[in-house]
Design a protein around this ligand. Structure first.
Ligand SMILES: [Zn+2]
Length: 412
């Protein structure tokens, strides 16, 4: 691969079309999917839209009021997917339980409990078991002003039972209520479940003599509702678009499939739909190369590998060949690559961390052509070598410990 064929400027120009919030299941996400197919068509590749239904939620009402020893209503955002309180809410003593350790939670029975959060399933279970009747977590930072003083909503992953409801309180308000000695509070959370349609976009570049072996290059194009998701993850979408353009002009020996996933931010729903719908084809899949978080200048490339340790060595060797820095981590990464690994296909996620994830600050302003070019060169080189190598350079296995973690995660 001639690395100079990879353009950062072209990727940035592509990204500029997507300067809007693309929450899964909304018309904006659909518009982005259509724009991806248009871009593919501009260099003669067909993008196929695969729709799927997502279960989502809508918040009808959320309020949090300290009732004793003073009365004040604070601006909060609801936790999605944790059900509804009675219409009048729950009123109970208030407790700040810090990180949710066992000692702090020993006082939680019958109370509305504030923890630092975010609320993950294991912490939620602990708070429920401790007897809490509602929860708050803390969002934002102590230096926030203006629009940033409004906390962003969060959601639990889908759980079988959600006996208590919760909301997010801003960091500065959390300080105030503890310092003012809040002892009683009322929490109202009302929401309902609803359905929407999201889409994956799939483009295939057929291989030559090894066409029955498939490699995937993937990135999600949806964003959180709070922000425009430039580095998370339109940059990833741009990187695989640039590589799709390259490989359309330089078809490799193995088949390459490029997939732009919808609804990643709702819990890897697009990739989960893909590996379920295409389960029968997966025996031909050799490797998934995913990108999630990219494009900002200050950062470094980390490749999270969920597969045999040999993949780490192969990737580090290739990076040494082209002299572009990266490090590898052998672990279960939390991105779309997980769905492939869950189904037994070795997978990796290329990641370049940055500023402002899942906030309104994740915008195009911090996206750098230098960074986009570099990440696309690294990923393109890896993909090119693996797509053309005579025999795959690592086994098609998932370490037992990773397989168990993934199966727990997906069968929850
Ligand atoms: Zn992401």
């Amino acid at each position: 691969m001639n690395l100079q064929d990879i353009s950062g400027q072209r990727q940035l120009a592509f990204m500029q079309q997507f300067d809007y919030i693309r929450e899964a299941g909304t018309p904006a996400e659909h518009k982005a999917a259509e724009a991806i197919t248009k871009e593919l068509a501009s260099f003669g590749v067909t993008g196929v839209l695969e729709p799927f239904t997502i279960d989502t939620y809508a918040v009808d009402k959320v309020t949090f009021t300290v009732t004793e020893p003073y009365e004040k209503t604070y601006t909060v955002a609801a936790y999605g997917r944790c059900g509804s309180t009675p219409p009048e809410g729950v009123e109970a003593p208030f407790l700040y339980a810090e990180n949710g350790d066992d000692i702090s939670l020993a006082y939680a029975a019958g109370k509305i409990v504030m923890v630092n959060g975010p609320m993950r399933p294991d912490l939620y279970q602990k708070v429920v078991t401790a007897g809490a009747v509602g929860f708050l977590t803390i969002g934002g930072t102590p230096i926030d002003t203006g629009a940033d003083r409004t906390p962003e909503g969060r959601a639990l992953p889908r759980l079988k039972e959600t006996p208590i409801q919760g909301a997010v309180l801003h960091h500065l308000d959390a300080i105030e209520i503890v310092e003012r000695g809040a002892s009683r509070a009322r929490l109202v959370v009302r929401q309902h479940e609803t359905q929407a349609t999201s889409h994956n976009v799939i483009a295939t570049i057929a291989g030559s003599d090894l066409a029955d072996q498939v490699l995937t290059l993937t990135a999600h194009y949806d964003s959180v509702p709070a922000g425009k998701g430039a580095y998370d993850n339109m940059a990833g979408a741009a990187i695989i678009m640039e590589l799709c353009r390259y490989f359309a002009a330089h078809p490799p020996r193995r088949t390459l499939q490029f997939i732009w996933f919808g609804a990643e931010e709702k819990g890897l729903l697009g990739s989960r739909h893909f590996v379920t719908k295409h389960e029968e084809e997966l025996s031909r899949h050799q490797f998934n190369m995913n990108v999630d978080l990219a494009g900002q200048l200050v950062g470094g490339t980390v490749v999270g590998v969920t597969g045999d340790i040999a993949i780490c060595h192969v990737i580090e060797y290739m990076a040494r060949e082209i002299g572009l820095g990266l490090s590898t981590k052998h672990m279960v990464w939390s991105s779309d690559s997980n769905c492939f690994a869950w189904k037994g296909v070795p997978a990796m996620t290329l990641n370049r961390d940055g500023f402002g994830m899942h906030t309104r600050h994740d915008t195009l302003d911090l996206i750098s052509p230098w960074s986009l070019q570099r990440s696309a060169q690294i990923l393109g080189y890896i993909a090119d070598r693996i797509a053309n190598i005579t025999a795959m350079p690592f086994p098609r296995t998932i370490p037992q410990e990773f397989a168990e973690t993934l199966s727990r995660q997906f069968n929850r």
